[in-house]
Design a protein around this ligand. Structure first.
Ligand SMILES: [Fe+2]
Length: 224
């Protein structure tokens, strides 16, 4: 439900050949459904509006499907930046069931994030904050993260965080958020083929098995 496998649109995969290899490798690991979620952030990717991303998806969909047999959907990972309030008035690229994947800068919390979560809920969207464990401004006492959840925003874990791929602090926070039962979804946030090798090599703590299974079931339910 979170990946950058649609080629040539952001900092993820650059060409369709590599995207097809990634999709086939994930299918081999048991992935049956995938949502492609390119970054939507006009300041960094000015071309990535809803129409452009949809066009790129329809250009590449058939090759991705025939390489892997995976069921693909298109959505976006919306950056909550200064101008996001205006974006809200237009069309958004959402996950199934009007869930909307949002992200922030890793270095500082988006100004007005509380207001954005409130407005998204008022507009009948279900905000899902991507990889809260990666934001350096959230401490592992989880106070602020709990507040985000209480305001009506669900959380998505990057699976690789648990394996230490993004560093010790992210791994520590991911474990804390998971153990507190605060995640609703899990995704790969896949950007490269190398990350698939890392996923393959990952080992999980036994004590995390039950929570991981719960959020995997929740994630799969997005596709039903
Ligand atoms: Fe992402």
């Amino acid at each position: 439900m979170h990946s950058h496998v649609l080629p040539g649109v952001d900092d993820g995969f650059r060409d369709i050949e590599h995207s097809c290899r990634a999709a086939a490798a994930l299918a081999e690991l048991g992935v049956r459904n995938m949502i492609l979620t390119p970054h939507i952030y006009p300041e960094l990717y000015p071309e990535n509006d809803v129409d452009f991303i949809r066009r790129r998806f329809s250009e590449h969909h058939d090759r991705l499907l025939s390489a892997s047999g995976v069921n693909f959907k298109i959505a976006g990972e919306h950056m909550v930046y200064e101008g996001f309030g205006e974006t809200l008035e237009g069309e958004l690229l959402v996950l199934p069931g009007r869930h909307i994947l949002i992200e922030m800068s890793y270095a500082y919390e988006s100004a007005g994030i509380d207001d954005v979560i409130f407005r998204l809920n008022c507009l009948d969207y279900h905000p899902v904050l991507a990889h809260p464990e990666r934001y350096i401004f959230y401490s592992s006492d989880l106070k602020r993260i709990r507040r985000i959840v209480d305001m009506g925003c669900e959380l998505q874990l990057n699976l690789l965080s648990l394996g230490g791929f993004y560093g010790k602090s992210a791994a520590h926070k991911a474990a804390a958020i998971l153990e507190a039962g605060l995640y609703s979804y899990v995704g790969t946030d896949l950007h490269s083929l190398a990350q698939i090798d890392m996923l393959r090599g990952m080992r999980f703590r036994k004590s995390h098995a039950q929570e991981l299974e719960r959020i995997m079931t929740g994630t799969t339910a997005l596709f039903i």
